[in-house]
Design a protein around this ligand. Structure first.
Ligand SMILES: Nc1nc2c(c(=O)[nH]1)N[C@H]1C(S)=C(S)[C@@H](COP(=O)(O)O)O[C@H]1N2
Ligand SMILES: [Mo]
Length: 221
């Protein structure tokens, strides 16, 4: 027999670990832009989860919530919460990096991967940008490839519980590889565009893209 016949290749632990590898379990889903530097420059870690927004905090009951997806798409989508929740769900773990310098590691999100949304709405050939519209009137813009990041999702749950209203429930966007102002709370609509259209902070001096590892905090950085 081979030397390694004693290795526990079919032990319960090995088989479980193989399954984890197949399923990507424990993968943060983080894009390895700076694998040697998890905390972006100028950020500090926080254990709690600060609330930051325009202060309007709309209360949207789940049965009143709607998601509209329109613009440069072949299949505009208008979903109730039940229809949204009936789509294939994903769970991702990712870090938050707020431009105000706090970061929070290992947030467990559940919701609809943006890639699933793209499969449903079928962006047109010339679609390059999205603008998120929120129930408080907030907007933010993203390049389509940033919106389509493999760990980006429309999240309805955090740490296994429905996302609290103060953090954007019923549904918020989460785009982990950009500063958190791009992660629109109280998501109401997603507009696909051929030309870019800067959002609320982007017209107020914030960087158009907001890559934390490049410290793209403000316009001109
Ligand atoms: N609809 C909406 N989304 C928003 C904001 C907002 O004011 N309105 N603020 C943004 C900013 S600046 C940050 S830092 C994060 C804060 O999210 P949190 O309150 O869950 O930490 O939400 C982002 N998304
Ligand atoms: Mo922010």
């Amino acid at each position: 027999m081979a030397e390694d016949s004693g290795l526990p290749t079919d032990s319960k632990l090995t088989l479980t670990k193989q399954r984890w590898a197949r399923e990507g379990k424990f993968l943060t889903g983080k894009i390895a832009r700076s694998p040697e530097q998890r905390l972006p420059p100028g950020q500090h870690l926080t254990m709690d989860w600060p609330v930051l927004d325009l202060g309007l905090s709309p209360e949207i009951a789940h049965d009143r919530w709607r998601l509209d997806v329109y613009g440069a798409v072949d299949n505009p989508v208008f979903w109730t919460f039940a229809e949204f929740e009936a789509r294939p769900q994903s769970r991702f773990v990712s870090d938050i990096h707020c431009v105000t310098t706090w970061s929070r590691y290992d947030n467990q999100w559940e919701g609809l991967a943006t890639r699933e949304l793209l499969m449903a709405c079928q962006p047109k050939e010339d679609a390059r940008f999205v603008v998120l519209h929120s129930y408080d009137g907030y907007t933010t813009n993203l390049a389509l490839e940033d919106f389509a990041a493999e760990d980006a999702l429309l999240a309805h749950s955090w740490s296994g519980r429905p996302l609290e209203a103060e953090h954007g429930g019923p549904v918020r966007l989460v785009v982990p590889h950009l500063y958190f102002w791009k992660s629109a709370k109280w998501l109401q609509a997603i507009e696909f565009l051929v030309e870019d259209k800067p959002g609320f902070w982007e017209v107020r001096g914030y960087h158009n893209r907001g890559d934390p590892w490049a410290e793209q905090r403000y316009a001109g950085d």
